[in-house]
Design a protein around this ligand. Structure first.
Ligand code: FES
Ligand code: FE2
Length: 451
């Protein structure tokens, strides 16, 4: 696995703009209840009357605090893929929603998500750079901070050690502590599930089981054998915008017409994209290839010459070979499937206007083992970076718009049905239910050309 911090800087800084802007007061601050009411009103309209959410849903500290508790920590967050930790002792670290976490494969092969907060005196047991000075049991992988291999966890402060399942193994000079019971001091485990090779955590421990409502999606994705794939690209981005701006941007393809007119639009025209019916826990959209692209791709597959491109995954259906698929598992799991690769975005919301994002690509192990893979990987990284840079620019500018007095509620195109469904999910969480629990599921769209 490779992870590189990408030195992208936005042309402007939304928060700095907001602080400097004397016009900010022109936009009325809304209370939490008013923002929630605005979301429910926007999401309550039919698609052909749908509007955008109040700007404050993307800027308010108070609303972000509500989301943290009721949407983000209450939901399932994807923290890794099994190919990142293939062997017992392999681990990766991340800071998610205020929790320093280790994702680790135990000696029993189980994957666990543990807190990195030491139960002695709250030290982060693996602060950034851990493992570089040689005093740790952990070895970083490829010189990358945050992932590696270890036999046990060692807190660098007072040298307490922990097993890979979080149990306290040893603690020096604690024999005079009265009634000290070692079993009571473990690295706190968080509830986690592995689904289709992706590792999810639920921080508050109360979410419904992840796989419960994803059976249809699992069937849909079966041919991709996601659990066998290998994560071969991971690029980190510091994003000066709200996490929902990214979710909305990832899930709608209307903007192929604009910002991606040279990159994605020639391959997957916006007007052909369509969205399936509403589901309780996820959103599913299709981005069909333009006919000429599809024919060229099928011809390329028939010739079987993969010296210059990633080979297509074996076993895909005809439809899967002729489109990209987009998936959102609420609230933040974003996946795009292509005939030759899968793209997954890992989101770590940091505040109303700040998000850490890792953009990744996964391929089949046979693809990664090809002799020409290093070159193909560079091409895949170029594609991922090219269209994501376009998205970074628009998302940054959108966040800036939320602070401006010129902001006004907008209207949605039918090509933005995915956004409307995401808003219906947020409104459902405000009502304390899930989409489709208390109102009928919205029907899917007709494909272009369907009668
Ligand atoms: S804080 Fe970890 S051993 Fe003391
Ligand atoms: Fe985009």
């Amino acid at each position: 696995m490779s992870s590189t911090a990408f030195e992208w800087k936005p042309a402007f800084e939304p928060l700095a703009f907001a602080r400097q802007s004397s016009t900010r007061t022109a936009q009325k601050p809304l209370s939490l209840a008013e923002i929630q009411r605005g979301i429910c009103e926007a999401a309550g309209r039919p698609l052909n009357q749908a509007t955008t959410l109040p700007a404050q849903a993307y800027t308010s500290e108070e609303f972000f605090a509500w989301e943290l508790e009721h949407v983000l920590r209450a939901g399932w967050q994807c923290v890794g893929h099994v190919s990142q930790i293939p062997a017992p002792g392999d681990f990766l670290n991340l800071d998610l929603l205020g929790e320093p976490l280790i994702v680790v494969r135990g000696k029993d092969e189980s994957v666990r998500v543990l807190s990195r907060v030491c139960p002695h005196r709250a030290m982060d047991i693996m602060p950034e750079g851990f493992g570089y000075d040689g005093h740790s049991a952990a070895q970083s992988r490829d010189g990358k901070p945050g992932c590696g291999h270890t036999r046990l966890f060692l807190c660098p402060y007072h040298a307490w050690t922990f097993e890979l399942d979080g149990k306290l193994k040893a603690c020096p000079e604690m024999h005079q502590a009265e009634n000290f019971c070692r079993d009571e001091f473990t690295l706190k485990p968080f509830r986690s599930e592995t689904w289709q090779g992706f590792i999810f955590v639920n921080l508050d421990g109360n979410a419904p089981p992840l796989a419960e409502d994803l059976g249809e999606m699992a069937d849909d994705l079966a041919a991709f054998q996601l659990d066998k794939m290998k994560l071969v690209i991971a690029r980190e981005w510091d994003c000066p915008f709200n996490w929902k701006v990214l979710v909305e941007n990832f899930m709608e393809s209307y903007h192929h017409l604009g910002i991606h007119h040279k990159t994605l639009q020639p391959m997957m025209p916006a007007r052909d994209t369509w969205t399936e019916r509403e589901r309780r826990c996820y959103v599913r959209a299709h981005l069909p290839y333009k006919e000429s692209v599809r024919d060229a791709y099928l011809e390329f597959e028939r010739r079987g010459d993969f010296s210059d491109d990633l080979p297509p995954l074996a076993g895909l259906t005809g439809a899967q070979k002729s489109e990209w698929g987009l998936f959102l598992i609420h609230p933040t799991f974003l996946l795009a499937t292509a005939p030759d690769r899968v793209i997954w975005y890992r989101l770590q919301p940091l505040g109303p206007d700040r998000l850490k994002l890792i953009t990744t690509t996964l391929v089949f192990p046979e693809t990664a083992a090809r002799e020409n893979f290093p070159r193909l990987r560079e091409q895949a990284l170029k594609l991922l970076t090219e269209f994501h840079l376009e998205d970074m620019e628009v998302c940054t500018a959108v966040q800036r718009g939320f602070y401006a007095s010129g902001w006004q509620p907008g209207r949605l195109s039918h090509l933005e049905m995915t956004i409307w469904l995401f808003h219906r999910y947020l409104a459902a969480r405000i009502r304390g239910v899930w989409p489709t629990d208390d109102r009928p599921a919205a029907p899917g769209q007709r494909r272009n050309g369907d009668s």
